[in-house]
Ligand binder design. Structure first.
Ligand code: NAD
Length: 518
């Protein structure tokens, strides 16, 4: 019997001993910089001549690790190895599968700061953001272990039928292609992998090109825990080549993807094509982008609203799918809220999180993101009024972009419609609450949203009409907690799944009903 699930506590960095422990982990991880990592297929390490670097975005001249540049043929090998391992893993008892997750959770908890320190170096998270990412990874392991044990034999939920002995079993699907993004490189990678494995599937994991190091370390925990060879295969390389082949392969049974709308829709289309020899329709679990809004009305606590907007807009440099990129403010309080948001933004610091433990914003992930965000800032100059920020570093010295806010942006402007995935916030003036709600719903996405209001009836209207998967009232819109805020969006934000929720594992299983005549 397991104790009830509890969210992993976050580290209190105001305590000097925690700061020291984190610094020690960072110093230790720095000793590992520059190593080369192999593919791992069917339990075999496969070193390749050709590698690619994982760069430190705070100092792009530094390769924190090198990874094998896999090809489509490696994806094929890995899918075959996973298909073979599936034959035994699928009948491994659920309690045993769950215990692997609990073992990995325990080890990751022991080495928590090490995992977080890797993310400070590899993706430019500050300490608190990295710590929250690792805590969420641990949560997914603990939560899905419990959820699978609950789900495994659901026979007791059937309506009794006297003439027959009944069974309802959630059995695995087969080989899963797990394709995560770089922005929650521990939490999302661990979560999708753990869900697939505990449900009895086998996995080919292809981490994002920007964050393979933390993904490899997570896989090592599973391998070191004794997970049978071939249950978790690790293949690095270009997304469109390796990931593309994983999606297409006829032995792939499902795809668990989190990333951009462009890649997600491409995968959706590709996965729907039945390949020669394929025995099933592939299942696609796709979590994609957002253009998330916070509405503020005239009854709201305006200081709290300003705080919620700034935290949601600029946490991890705005590189969260849940980030607030639109603040929709009713006319009466527009100026006041704008002033307070600007004042709070002015206090944010931008810098290298490896060197500076107290920095608010680190770098954006890579040159491509840096260029794209700067382009949007250019577009913003034509679409609104620059209220603060707009500047950026010399990219050779790190990909730093100032937190940037444009005011008086029209609801249909590109800045108000397209996902930028960086520290750029658009302020939009609404006539009144009705208008604000209409603007909020006026994009192709439906991921997160927030309302700051003290009007009960308006909150109830938003509860019903604000069409997003995760809606928050009078609080920030980022930081969903496993089990507490099941996470995932509507429309072009994904296939309506809820990571960290009680029904997530259904997506990784199929139900078998058995009736035996008595
Ligand atoms: P991305 O779409 O560029 O890449 C995601 C993954 O897909 C990577 O592993 C990449 O290598 C792989 N990939 C790229 N091309 C592929 C192809 N043709 N076939 C198969 N795989 C391919 O996204 P990203 O830049 O890593 O992540 C940022 C995006 O993720 C944002 O849009 C963000 O909103 C979204 N996101 C969504 C959620 C959510 O829960 N809805 C959570 C985090 C991030």
């Amino acid at each position: 019997m397991l104790p009830p699930f509890r969210n992993e506590p976050l580290t209190d960095f105001s305590r000097p001993e925690n700061q020291a422990a984190f610094q020690a982990a960072l110093d230790q991880v720095k000793q590992e910089i520059g190593r080369t990592y192999p593919l791992v297929i069917g339990g075999q390490r496969l070193e390749l001549q050709e590698t690619f670097p994982s760069l430190n975005p705070s100092q792009p001249s530094q390769a924190v690790a090198h990874f094998a540049n896999g090809a489509a043929s490696h994806a094929d090998q890995a899918i075959e190895a996973a298909a073979q391992a599936f034959e035994t893993w699928k009948s491994t008892p659920v309690a045993v599968r769950a215990r692997f997750l609990l073992d990995v959770a325990a080890e990751m908890r022991r080495r928590k700061h090490e995992f977080s320190a890797v993310m400070v170096l590899e993706v430019g998270k500050n300490r608190a953001e990295a710590d929250a990412d690792t805590a969420e990874a641990i949560d997914f392991l603990e939560y899905y272990a419990r959820q699978m044990m609950r789900l495994a034999d659901s026979s007791s939920q059937l309506v009794p039928f006297d003439a027959e002995h009944l069974g309802l079993y959630y059995i695995p699907l087969g080989v899963g292609a797990v394709i995560p993004p770089w922005n929650f490189p521990n939490a999302i990678t661990t979560g999708m992998t753990a869900a697939a494995i505990v449900a009895g599937n086998t996995v080919v994991l292809k981490p994002a090109e920007q964050s393979p190091w933390v993904a490899y370390k997570m896989c090592e925990l599973f391998w070191n825990a004794g997970l049978p060879a071939g249950v978790l295969n690790f293949v690095t390389g270009p997304g469109e080549v390796v990931g593309g082949r994983m999606v297409e392969h006829p032995k792939t049974r499902f795809i668990a993807f989190t990333g951009s709308r462009a890649v997600g829709t491409e995968i959706y289309e590709k996965a729907s094509r039945v390949q020669p020899g394929q025995l099933w329709l592939k299942r696609s679990i796709l979590e994609m982008g957002g253009k998330d809004a916070i509405i503020v009305d005239e009854t709201a606590d305006l200081e709290a609203a300003a705080e919620g907007i700034v935290t949601s807009a600029f946490g991890f440099q705005g590189q969260k799918c849940s980030a607030c990129s639109r603040a929709i403010i009713v006319n009466d309080v527009y100026e006041t809220v704008a002033e307070r948001v600007i004042a709070r933004t002015r206090r944010l610091t931008v810098g290298n999180p490896v060197e500076n433990p107290a920095v608010d914003l680190g770098p954006v992930i890579d040159q491509e993101a840096f260029d794209r965000i700067r382009q949007y800032i250019e577009i913003g100059h034509g679409e609104g009024e620059l209220l603060i920020g707009g500047g950026s570093s010399n990219p050779e010295d790190g990909y730093f972009v100032e937190p940037t806010i444009f005011g008086e942006v029209a609801p249909d402007a590109r800045l108000a419609q397209e996902e930028i995935f960086g520290p750029v916030l658009a302020l939009i003036r609404a006539r009144d609450f009705d208008h604000a709600l209409e603007i909020a719903n006026g994009t192709v996405y439906g991921l997160t949203g927030g309302v700051y209001s003290n009007d009960r009836l308006r909150l109830e209207r938003a509860r019903e009409e604000f069409h997003v998967g995760n809606l928050y009232f009078n609080r920030k819109i980022t930081g969903a907690q496993v089990g507490v805020h099941p996470f995932g969006g509507f429309n072009m934000s994904g296939t309506d799944s809820k990571a960290g929720g009680p029904d997530y594992l259904l997506l990784f299983t199929q139900a078998k009903s058995v009736a035996e005549r008595l």
